[in-house]
Ligand binder design. Structure first.
Ligand SMILES: [Zn+2]
Ligand SMILES: [Zn+2]
Length: 808
């Protein structure tokens, strides 16, 4: 087009971005009122650990959701988009041990740095609502909830195995155990039984399987469902020979296979092992049990590992067949699942089959796919079928067989139908310093006594020595430990464990609505305006623990009369992981890519857009910054386009108007659905179209493009908005709307030629990809007839006009 060459100021992101970041703070643009003339929309993104730096993985987690939240603001919602820090945890404590910095000092320093990085990212966060979990005004409510759950029987003391480093003489978090060894000193980690605090999440197992009314990704629902692992079956007990009164209780999902139970297996930790093992076998069994204790669960249950085990020399009686069956100890049976014992049915279970082969135990077919009895089995048959070799149950099929056996067991008084779960109660105590102190006092007379509510918070003492050895640092602070019993007044000791940091993050979304309230964990009056959370985003790695704990805590608080809804989050979307050269970025691996250098060179807007454009957000990506230059040039093109003098008046161009409306439609749908990459692609395409357009369609198109781009590139669009004479902030403008009739693609007629002769005319929407046009042409019956079986040698597509097929 004929526009005189015009001098346009250089696009300089550094000066533009700093200016607007300051201005937005000054004008309070991101401060969200609790009430306005717009509907409220609570948009939550998982808060980070204050690990020290916002790396590109963080950017990926925060920048695209920031664009999505800004988009909802322009769409007319009053969007609450808060941020805070999940500030307790092992990292701060490790820093204290390694670098002699107090965890509190380390955490403050990191939070200050990260807040600044968030600002430079151009996020639309309402910082007035910041929540920091390591402050007493926050964690006192962890303690309050602990006591409420304790009163309701939802928090309790129990025995559980913990990871123990014998060299450092300390308990390790699961994350500190790398391939069965201590992360700090490389000593093999062992399991130790310790008294621990639990939250009774299993009480909600069935309710947690319900996702009715929730818009959550299928993948997350499946992960949670499997984690909870509900199985129906029967719990039955077989007596132990020579030990009257002792029986082995086991759970089975296949009671219909009970006539095929030719041996039993106990977990190494099963309490009967020591009692029933015959003297001749004792030494070997004890050695085996000791070895199993050193092994990680994941290793024990690995499918690849050979199924080891030892004979106890003892026998049980299969009450159904009347046979004596040997009892083994094997580490593939876990004490923590079911009862820690199984009836082994080698004919119909893969692990049992493998084990039976190795130990030359009888493999018996009792379920037949075709109802016939077969002489032997080459491999276990694990499907459903007809019961055979099963006495009175012969001929019974599938579910009916399971029920019949369970009922019979009940009649005999040795069992009943039952349901078990893989889910275990949530172990919340940690032998760590940097966490919420557990508000319990241990008294010799009264046992575990709750700290009275009016004495909360139990503050974490500041003056602590960090050695990384010898158990919880809190246990060595006499002024903390020694207290008096709230019940009898005699000397007593404080609990020296702290709460798992997942407790902190299980309810933080309720604190954002009013982080300063000091009479309750949540300001209910304000909460009613915002809750439940409408949209939540975060990493898929939190699909199980965090998201499940959050759901549990919401249900528990509801049952305490504190919440009026069942689920914390209506809609959840996750982002994939950013890896670098195929590995997840982490500080300990030393492969963290810092975004700061890119921000410096290209600006935050370019980096935001680049991360959105890398590929589908749910898939994550392998970090490769080579394309960032192209994103930068795109913004530059928009900059020049927007600052060029308006095109002179003239007729409207229907093709350009159509492209603009189609782009509005596409970007609106994509930003709402988290398809960021295709939204960016659509805006790039529109930019190309507008560069070649003229007249009012061009001028209006550019104005629209700036609005569409505003959530993704907030600084540059703000600058352009002002330079083009806009009032207020671009971010306070209404999102553009589209007209379906204008957006509808133009109809074109594709002329199809075969060897130069016109054979068909096909009406099609304009702008379809070549491959699609070619497919349609080749599928035409007239073209097929003209080809008469000949193979096209060449197909040429002239977009929106001609398909030319050449056969020779
Ligand atoms: Zn160690
Ligand atoms: Zn007492």
């Amino acid at each position: 087009m004929a526009v005189a060459k015009q001098r346009i100021e250089k696009y300089d992101p550094a000066s533009i971005e700093a200016k607007w970041q300051e201005e937005w703070v000054r004008s309070g643009l991101h401060d969200t009122p609790d009430e306005s003339d717009r509907p409220n929309f609570y948009f939550l993104t998982m808060f980070p650990y204050p690990s020290g730096d916002i790396h590109v993985g963080h950017w990926y987690a925060f920048a695209p959701p920031d664009a999505a939240a800004r988009f909802q603001r322009m769409r007319g919602y009053n969007v609450l988009f808060p941020m805070g820090f999940d500030a307790f945890g092992i990292n701060a404590e490790n820093a204290a041990i390694d670098r002699k910095i107090h965890p509190a000092v380390w955490t403050e320093k990191n939070m200050a740095h990260m807040r600044d990085q968030f600002r430079r990212m151009g996020t639309a966060i309402d910082w007035r609502r910041e929540v920091i979990t390591c402050y007493p005004e926050y964690y006192r409510w962890n303690q309050w909830m602990f006591l409420k759950l304790y009163e309701k029987g939802l928090a309790y003391l129990g025995e559980a195995p913990v990871n123990w480093c014998p060299r450092d003489e300390t308990v390790l978090a699961n994350e500190q155990v790398i391939a069965g060894r201590c992360e700090r000193c490389d000593t093999p980690v062992v399991k130790r039984q310790m008294t621990q605090w639990f939250y009774k999440i299993t009480k909600y197992a069935d309710e947690l399987l319900e996702f009715e009314g929730l818009d959550w990704p299928e993948r997350v629902r499946v992960l949670q469902t499997n984690w909870i692992g509900r199985s129906e079956g029967a719990e039955i007990a077989f007596p132990v020979e020579g030990h009257p009164g002792d029986e082995i209780r086991f759970f089975t999902t296949r009671p219909d296979t009970i006539y095929g139970a030719t041996f039993m297996v106990l977990a190494p930790e099963h309490p009967l092992v020591a009692k029933i093992t015959v003297p001749a076998r004792r030494a070997e069994v004890e050695k085996y049990v000791e070895r199993a204790r050193q092994m990680a669960e994941i290793e024990r249950t690995s499918a690849e590992r050979e199924k080891t085990g030892v004979d106890t020399g003892a026998f049980a009686r299969n009450v159904f067949t009347g046979e004596r069956i040997p009892i083994f100890v094997a580490d593939y049976v876990l004490s923590t699942y079911g009862t820690g014992a199984i009836m082994a049915v080698p004919g119909h279970d893969e692990r049992d089959f493998e084990f039976a082969k190795k130990h030359q135990l009888e493999i018996r077919e009792v379920i037949s796919p075709d109802g016939e009895e077969h002489a032997s089995l080459d491999e276990p048959y694990i499907g459903e079928g007809v019961m055979v070799r099963s006495g009175p149950f012969n001929g019974t099929r599938g579910e009916a067989g399971k029920h019949a056996v369970a009922e019979d067991a009940q009649k005999r008084g040795i069992g009943k139908a039952s349901v078990i779960y893989r889910l275990r109660d949530w172990l919340v105590s940690r032998q760590r310093y940097w966490g919420t102190p557990i508000p319990i006092v241990h008294c010799d007379t009264d046992g575990a006594v709750p700290v009275p509510y009016d004495q909360l918070p139990v503050e974490l003492p500041r003056d602590v020595e960090f050695t990384g050895r010898g158990g919880s640092p809190l246990a060595r602070v006499a002024s903390f430990v020694n207290t008096t019993c709230p019940k009898c007044g005699k000397p007593a000791r404080r609990d020296t464990d702290t709460l798992d940091t997942f407790v902190d993050s299980s309810w933080y979304m309720y604190r954002y609505v009013d982080p300063k309230i000091d009479t309750a964990f949540m300001n209910k009056a304000v909460g009613r305006k915002w809750l439940p959370v409408k949209q939540y985003t975060g990493g898929v790695e939190h699909a199980i623990l965090h998201l499940l704990y959050m759901r549990f805590m919401t249900k528990a608080l509801r049952d305490l009369g504190e919440l009026w809804f069942d689920e914390p989050v209506v809609r959840f979307r996750y982002q994939g992981t950013i890896v670098f050269k195929g590995r997840k970025m982490s500080k300990s691996r030393g492969n963290v890519q810092t975004p700061d250098e890119y921000v410096k060179k290209y600006g935050a807007d370019t980096l935001r857009l680049f991360m959105m454009f890398m590929g589908p957000w749910v898939d994550g990506a392998d970090w490769n910054a080579s394309g960032i230059e192209g994103t930068y040039r795109f913004l530059w093109r928009v900059w020049e386009l927007a600052l060029t003098d308006p095109a002179p008046a003239g007729p409207r161009d229907a093709a350009v108007d159509g492209a603009v409306h189609r782009t509005i439609k596409k970007v609106t749908e994509d930003l709402g659905d988290y398809h960021f990459n295709t939204a960016v692609a659509a805006m790039m395409e529109l930019t190309n179209t507008l560069q070649h357009a003229t007249g009012p369609s061009r001028n209006d198109g550019i104005a629209t493009l700036i609005l569409l781009l505003a959530p993704s590139a907030p600084h540059m669009t703000e600058e352009l908005w002002h330079r083009r004479g806009g009032a207020g902030s671009v971010h306070q403008q209404r999102w553009p709307t589209y007209d379906d009739t204008i957006a509808a693609p133009r109809e074109v007629t594709i002329v199809v030629q075969v060897d130069g002769k016109v054979r068909d005319r096909i009406p099609m929407a304009a702008g379809r990809p070549d491959a699609e046009v070619q497919r349609a042409a080749l599928a035409s019956p007239k073209v097929q007839a003209a080809l008469d079986g000949a193979k096209p040698a060449k197909v040429i597509v002239v977009p929106d006009r001609i398909v030319s097929i050449v056969t020779r």
